[in-house]
Design a protein around this ligand. Sequence first.
Ligand code: SF4
Length: 241
Amino acid sequence: MPVVAGRSAAELRIAGLSRFSTVDWPGRLVATVFLQGCPWDCRYCHNPDLIDPRGRGSTPWEAVAAFLGERRGLLDGVVFSGGEPTMQRALPDAVARTRGLGFDVGLHTGGAYPHMLDAVLPALSWIGLDVKAGADDYARVTGRGPSGRAALRSLDLVLAAQRERAASRHPLGVEVRTTVHPDLIDDTRLGDLGELLADRGVRRWAIQRFRATGSRCGEPESPPLRLDRLPRERFERVEVR
Ligand code: SF4
């Protein structure tokens, strides 16, 4: 397992706790811990208050741990979300402590920090990985320079772990998803992204249409994508939400 110089879960900057969710980990009843900070600045972000990496957080880890202690046997798992949860060095300790309480652990990530992701992957049971665009188009979406290389490195790590653990007692569930904002990606680029994902070994792909409600940007200027260039035949399942 890769070594990351970590910090105590007590140092985790937690922006919020959702005590009960049926949507954050498909098919599971979970609590979701939202971590502060993200290196990216996606125009369509639905959690812009969580982007500031200097934000201190509002909920101490001790309160989260106490809550989870009371929910043993009542929840199926715990999801760490954000923001970008792999931005915080206290994540591995928090994941280990959560598992120690008896919960399976899931993670939402954009894959901005492959080294940290690699460090926590062995402890995860499920991961929702956002792949936002082809590598050359990432900056258009994230507003932060050449961010695509990190995301695709993370994708490769996740798919390798999924393959390695497929027949084990601790398989890794994976959902690769792409949010489509019509001003940021078109049908041709989305089709090319689908080919890239299939080439790398993704078998299930979730496409999430952008919804302005709750985001900081208004309605797109461009018309909705037609989704007519998706290489559907190359996936076991393509789900459009
Ligand atoms: S990676 Fe996620 S949390 Fe970060 S800015 Fe983009 S949408 Fe928001």
